[in-house]
Design a protein around this ligand. Structure first.
Ligand SMILES: NC(=O)c1ccc[n+]([C@@H]2O[C@H](COP(=O)([O-])OP(=O)(O)OC[C@H]3O[C@@H](n4cnc5c(N)ncnc54)[C@H](O)[C@@H]3O)[C@@H](O)[C@H]2O)c1
Ligand SMILES: O=CCCC(=O)O
Length: 533
């Protein structure tokens, strides 16, 4: 099998500006009444749905310019509402609010911060149905998945509420006689947080939870596609009694670059945590270098999903379904390349395609829907291009493979392609959509080389029942996270993050808080004298 390595291109500011300025809106097509887009269920608490405002310094504020941008339901193409188009000046105000809140917030005890996060967690649990409805509305994922996300998102507050009182330093034996060394962990300061649309709640709580546990204050830029979920979280922060200025949420679509530039270059912001694509990550890292900020970057992946001949076939098929098609393929840890050993390739392909054929695609609120739309037309174009490219180069579509205009502009059939080769675009680029390409391999050595032959390294999965192979392969994969005989690895208690161009830093787990702290070493001299008589 030929090996191909392609490096992710850094995104240029000009290209990004064009993207945000010309952000396209899915149009509602006329369609048969039986397939009309869903109606949106009412929220139990309508005050969680905030439009035209952002949350700064404990208040609901509009953009100073008065400008707003429109947010659309990816299922129906209908307008959900408008959010403030904030600019550099609005962002600086939010940073100032976070800076003003920091001196007092940093002196709160871990136990006090724990109680605040716990209260916020409790409110998220109480309001999880509404949070899920908002997620489905603006992201499109089926309501059952959105409920799962609401719980997953809340879990980060629960987890970090438990970490906050358990932040310890060290005592270190000194080499110099009479010296005593201790370390204390201090909050890094004001943090700029930038998150994507694919998990409108969980990506933001995974950052705010540890930041607050550490004693930091934050300015979070919500994703332009999905700003409303984060505003509902801000309303719950307010109710939880999080002090004003500690959590600030700004929103922007066309001004995304300007907001990002302020967050990454302001000397007041000491840390930037970003989740998104590798290309944008490279740009933000460059911008952040002017003030040498502490950084955590959770970037794109190209996850290998390996099934060895000795695997339990049904377990492997179930794992592949979960890993590949979660959120219609729009998670950074989704399997991107399914690498199946030759002895079971055909039987795996047959069983896997049969399961995919059972999916029910549609609007996220509809009963029985298993998979929703993609987020926008750019996502559809990429998925379609990967399928057409694979076909052109000899791949065989055995399931799906087409857009679904009868459902809406953003729907694509869950797709399975056999006969994949490494010269195909899907092999070297993250599809971020519902396309499973099945590659055939013969040996363990060969498949590990293929799996590692990518510039990114976020997640990797493999299925085997041979314990020695399990150790060998888990240790050989160049990724930050490995799933062995499972397709689901996400957990608030587990360290989430990548290696290579998938970024650095870990979120969740006991390691998550460290990303928001600095270690101060204190040496006490003149110690160790004899006891005074
Ligand atoms: N590793 C992870 O944990 C993780 C999680 C989710 C998504 N992702 C990655 O994100 C990508 C999909 O999301 P996307 O296409 O929206 O990514 P993206 O990088 O284009 O955008 C992510 C977020 O960054 C914002 N953004 C973009 N350019 C910016 C700039 N110059 N300044 C400030 N903010 C900016 C966007 O508005 C969005 O909110 C995939 O590559 C996926 O793997 C990674
Ligand atoms: O898409 C990225 C995050 C997905 C997850 O946390 O499981």
């Amino acid at each position: 099998m030929a090996i191909l390595l392609r490096t992710a291109a850094p995104v240029s500011r000009a290209a990004l500006r064009r993207r945000f300025q010309t952000f396209t809106i899915p149009q509602i097509q006329s369609r048969p009444a039986s397939t009309m887009p869903h109606s949106v269920p009412k929220l139990n608490d309508p005050s969680l749905f905030k439009t035209d405002v952002a949350y700064v310094n404990g208040e609901w504020v509009k953009a100073k310019s008065g400008k707003t941008f429109e947010v659309f339901d990816p299922s129906s193409g209908k307008l959900i509402g408008t959010a403030p188009e904030m600019d550099a000046e609005d962002t600086k105000k939010a940073i100032d609010a976070a800076a003003a809140a920091f001196p007092s917030f940093r002196t709160t005890t871990g136990r006090e911060r724990s109680k605040m996060l716990r209260k916020w967690y409790d409110l998220m649990v109480e309001n999880s149905e509404d949070i899920a409805r908002l997620i489905t509305w603006e992201n499109g994922k089926p309501l059952a998945d959105a409920k799962g996300e609401a719980t997953y998102a809340a879990n980060f507050f629960e987890w970090f509420s438990e970490e906050a009182p358990r932040i310890y330093g060290d005592t270190i034996p000194a080499s110099i006689p009479g010296n005593r060394i201790v370390t204390i962990k201090e909050p890094v300061g004001v943090c700029g947080l930038i998150t994507p649309w694919n998990f409108p709640a969980a990506m933001i709580t995974r950052k705010i939870g540890p930041a607050l546990a550490a004693g930091c204050t934050v300015v979070a830029k919500s994703p332009g596609e999905t700003p409303f979920t984060s505003l509902a979280l801000a309303e719950l922060a307010h109710r939880a009694g999080i002090p004003k200025g500690v959590v600030n949420i700004v929103s922007a679509l066309k001004n995304t670059l300007d907001v990002g530039e302020v967050l990454t270059t302001s000397p007041i912001v000491k840390k930037v945590s970003f989740t998104g694509s590798t290309g944008v990550g490279k740009l933000l890292m460059k911008q952040s270098s002017s003030t040498l900020k502490k950084l955590s970057f959770e970037l794109g992946g190209n996850a290998p999903f390996i099934v060895f001949d000795d695997a339990d076939l049904d377990t492997a098929v179930a794992g592949a379904i979960t890993s590949k098609f979660r959120s219609s393929g729009q998670t950074c840890v989704c399997a991107n390349r399914l690498l199946i050993q030759s002895g079971i390739y055909d039987s795996f392909a047959e069983k896997f395609a049969a399961k995919v054929a059972e999916f029910k695609v549609g609007g996220g609120y509809e009963e029985g829907i298993t998979h929703g739309p993609l987020i926008h037309d750019r996502a559809i174009s990429k998925v379609d291009a990967h399928v057409r490219d694979a076909e052109k180069k000899g791949g065989k579509v055995i399931q799906g493979g087409q857009k679904m205009p009868e459902l809406g502009e953003n729907f694509f059939q869950p797709t399975v392609i056999t006969g994949m080769t490494t010269d195909m675009a899907l092999s070297s680029e993250e599809t971020f959509g519902p396309v499973a390409g099945l590659f055939k391999f013969d040996t363990e050595d060969e498949v590990v080389k293929i799996a590692n032959n990518t510039e990114v390294g976020l997640a990797g999965y493999f299925f085997s029942r041979d314990i020695q192979r399990i150790y060998r392969v888990a240790e050989a994969l160049e990724v930050g996270m490995v799933g062995v005989n499972t397709g689901l690895i996400s957990d608030a208690g587990a360290p989430f993050g990548g290696v290579k161009e998938s970024g650095f830093g870990r979120e969740g787990s006991k390691y998550g808080v460290g990303e928001y702290q600095t270690i101060k070493m204190i040496t006490y001299g003149g110690m160790g004298q004899p006891l005074q008589k």
